[in-house]
Design a binder for this molecule. Structure first.
Ligand code: HEM
Length: 335
C-alpha cells in the first residue's frame, strides 16, 4: 500500500507536518473528533490516490486526557500525560496537546491538502497548539548536520519494537507516541570543531560511522539513548525526526517523534538524556537544543479508528470492548 492511515513504519519521506491540537470542552466537540477520526482513512484515500507514488500517510495520536471521551473505550494500559523530566541543568517540560496528527509524503501539497480537509472536519472542536512543517535535509540529516535515524529498527524488527501486542488486547496494533519540538542554538553548535560534535552525538559526521561507547564519564547521545531491559535485550523505538525552521527568523529545529510498544522505553531515554548517566552528566545535545514542547499519545490501529464510526462505539459496554461484534478492532497489526 502506498498511502494510508496509522502506518507508523511508512517510508521516510521528503515532507512532514506535525499538528498538535487540544480538544474543546463538551460532548459535541468529542463527537466531532470521533467522526473525523472514523473517516480519516477516507480523507487519506481521497488525497493519496491522486499520487500514490508520493506515499501519503497520516497517523493520529490521542492523549490520555481525552482518550475515553473521544473513543468511548478504556485507555491503553500505559497511556498517561507526558511526565516532565527534571535534570540538574535542563528540564523536559510537558506542554498542552490532546491530539497529534503526523502527516508524511514526498509531496508537500499532499500533506497540505490532507491537513486542510481534516481541519475542515475538526473546526470548532479543537484548538491548534502547534503546527510544524518539516523537510528532509540532504541525506536524512538533522540541522546539526548528522544523519538522523540510522539505528531505527527495520523490516521484521519494526512491529515488535513499536506495536502493542496481546498484552493489551483492545489496543493491540497501536503504538505509544512521544514528541518534543527542539530549537537549536545553531551558531554555537557550528562553532564547535566537528570532532567535538561527533563525541556529543556518538557517530562521525561525514560518513555516519558509530563511535565506541565511552568507558566512563560523559556519554554520547547514542549511548544515553540505548536502552537495555532487565533481560539484557536492547529496546528500540522508531523515530521519524524532521528538521524544520526559518532562516529569516533565525529558527532552526528538530521535531523529535518516537513510536514505541512500551512507553517506559522512551521515558527512560529522556531520563538518561536530562538527568544523565552518571547523574549530572546530561546529554550535551541539550547544551545546544531546547525542547519547547513535550507531549504523549497513543496511536491506535487503523482498524480501531475505522470502528469508531460504528454508532454503538460511542457507548462502551462494561467489558471495555467497543461492543461492535465483528467490527471490534483487530488484535493483529494491520498489514
Ligand atoms: C540517535 C539526533 C533527540 C533517541 C540519534 C542520532 C542522531 C540523533 C544524529 C544518531 C544516528 C541515529 O541512530 O539516528 C537527535 C537530535 C535530537 C534528538 C538532533 C533533538 C535535538 C532524541 C530524543 C530521543 C532520541 C529526545 C528519545 C527520547 C535516539 C535513539 C537513537 C538516537 C534511540 C539511537 C541510539 C542507538 O544508536 O541505538 N539521535 N536526537 N533522540 N536518538 Fe536522537
Amino acid at each position: 500500500m502506498t498511502y494510508g492511515v496509522q502506518q507508523i513504519d511508512a517510508p521516510l519521506t521528503a515532507h512532514a507536518v506535525f499538528l498538535v491540537l487540544s480538544l474543546e470542552p463538551g460532548e459535541a466537540a468529542a463527537a466531532t473528533v470521533r467522526a473525523a477520526l472514523a473517516d480519516l482513512s477516507g480523507v487519506v484515500e481521497t488525497v493519496g490516490f491522486r499520487d500514490p507514488a508520493a506515499m501519503l500517510s497520516c497517523t493520529v495520536g490521542i492523549g490520555s486526557g481525552v482518550w475515553t471521551a473521544v473513543t468511548g473505550t478504556p485507555p491503553p494500559a500505559q497511556l498517561h500525560a507526558f511526565r516532565p523530566v527534571v535534570g540538574a541543568t535542563y528540564t523536559a517540560a510537558a506542554t498542552p496537546g490532546d491530539l497529534l496528527v503526523h502527516l508524511r509524503s514526498d509531496r508537500a501539497d499532499l500533506c497540505f491538502e490532507t491537513q486542510r480537509l481534516l481541519m475542515d472536519r475538526l473546526r470548532g472542536a479543537v484548538r491548534v497548539e502547534d503546527e510544524t512543517t518539516g523537510f528532509r535535509y540532504f541525506d536524512q540529516r538533522d540541522l546539526l548536520g548528522f544523519v538522523d535515524g540510522t539505528a531505527n529498527p527495520v523490516g521484521d524488527d519494526v512491529p515488535g519494537a513499536t506495536r502493542v501486542g496481546e498484552e493489551d488486547g483492545l489496543h493491540a496494533g497501536g503504538s505509544y507516541v512521544v514528541t518534543q519540538k527542539y530549537l537549536h542554538a545553531l551558531d554555537r553548535w557550528s562553532s564547535l570543531p566537528a570532532e567535538v560534535q561527533e563525541q556529543v552525538i556518538g557517530r562521525t559526521k561525514l560518513d555516519n560511522v558509530e563511535l565506541d561507547d565511552a568507558a566512563a564519564g560523559q556519554r554520547s547521545h547514542k549511548t544515553l539513548t540505548t536502552i537495555v531491559d532487565d533481560d539484557g535485550t536492547e529496546r528500540d523505538i522508531l523515530r521519524d525526526n524532521m528538521p524544520f525552521g526559518s532562516p529569516g527568523a533565525g529558527e532552526f529545529g528538530t521535531y523529535f517523534i518516537g513510536y514505541c510498544r512500551d512507553l517506559w522505553v522512551i521515558e527512560r531515554m529522556l531520563e538518561r538524556m536530562y538527568v544523565g548517566d552518571p547523574p549530572g552528566l546530561h546529554d550535551r545535545i541539550l547544551d545546544f537544543s531546547v525542547a519547547v514542547t513535550g507531549t504523549t499519545y497513543f496511536a491506535p490501529s487503523a482498524a480501531f479508528l475505522d470502528a469508531l464510526g460504528t454508532p454503538t462505539a460511542t457507548a462502551p459496554p462494561a467489558d471495555g470492548s467497543l461492543g461492535i461484534g465483528g467490527n471490534r478492532p483487530s488484535n493483529h497489526p494491520p498489514s
